[in-house]
Design a protein around this ligand. Structure first.
Ligand SMILES: Nc1ncnc2c1ncn2[C@@H]1O[C@H](COP(=O)(O)OP(=O)(O)OP(=O)(O)O)[C@@H](O)[C@H]1O
Length: 252
């Protein structure tokens, strides 16, 4: 089955979101939206505010101002249905390394109240990621790349409409990074899932449908990779990114 992008359906709307830590404004009036089947890259240097945005999206923190709507549900009013439609892979590993792959996935399935569908969903996701043979392996024995794949399988288990990837390739070698980006791209195409992929690595965003450049808590620019090249007059995305973040002009 392949997704038809003809009629976009927003799976995520971020409206004028502001968040401060004391005097530090980590996010300043940030707005973005993401449609079904769209791969949107959130590109920003260290300290841009990417993790802060993800913490707000995953309900760990609340906004100082603005609204976050996931699958039509305002997270501040209806957190449970909002979060139920979302999967997330955090920058920091969150598997219980003392448990098996299966036990980690079953724990997540119980949290989502998946019931009798659990076993077949686990088998499907592990098979897709080439991890069926590792199902009973204790996670501490897995390579870094395979641990990330288990985290991705866990994030996909309850079939979310929105997948958040927060610098999910940290610690992976270049081939594994590319493998993960390509796999998630296919998920967008095949399942019509929306993906927000945060990174500071430009090579991970070259195939994104849209790139949002976040810098010092503000969105500097948004558009297709081609739009950003045109906007900056550069020939490579890495140069366009450097150009935008060094100029800091508001170019939306
Ligand atoms: N708990 C906190 N307390 C105080 N300041 C914080 C806290 N978390 C983040 N910040 C500050 O907020 C700003 C945004 O940080 P954030 O971690 O969201 O950026 P990031 O884009 O995820 O960076 P990185 O790529 O390095 O992970 C930075 O100035 C950071 O120092």
């Amino acid at each position: 089955m392949s997704f038809n992008p003809a009629s976009p359906v927003p799976v995520l709307q971020v409206e004028n979101v502001t968040k401060s830590y004391g005097n530090i404004k980590a996010l300043n009036q940030v707005s973005l939206s993401l449609n079904k089947g769209e791969f949107v890259a959130l590109l920003g240097l260290n300290g841009a505010g990417k993790s802060t945005l993800f913490q707000l999206l995953s309900g760990l923190f609340v906004t100082d101002a603005g609204r976050i709507i996931i699958g039509g549900h305002d997270i501040s009013l209806s957190a449970i249905p909002a979060l139920a439609g979302m999967g997330i892979v955090f920058q920091q590993p969150t598997l219980d390394l003392s448990m098996s792959v299966l036990a980690n996935l079953r724990f997540h399935a119980r949290l989502h109240g998946m019931g009798s569908a659990t076993q077949s969903r686990i088998q499907t996701e592990l098979a897709r990621l080439g991890l069926s043979e590792q199902a009973r392996t204790t996670c501490v024995k897995l390579s870094g790349g395979n641990r990330r794949k288990v985290e991705l399988a866990r994030a996909l288990l309850h079939e979310p409409n929105l997948l958040l990837m927060d610098e999910a390739t940290v610690g992976l070698d270049p081939a594994s990074r590319k493998g993960l980006v390509d796999y998630v791209h296919q998920l967008c195409i095949n399942r019509g899932m929306g993906v927000l992929w945060a990174t500071h690595l430009v090579d991970e965003v070259e195939s994104a449908h849209r790139v949002v450049i976040l810098h010092k808590g503000k969105i500097l620019a948004t558009g297709t990779p081609e739009d950003l090249l045109q906007l900056t007059g550069q020939t490579r995305l890495a140069e366009a990114f450097l150009h935008l973040t060094s100029q800091q002009a508001v170019l939306i």
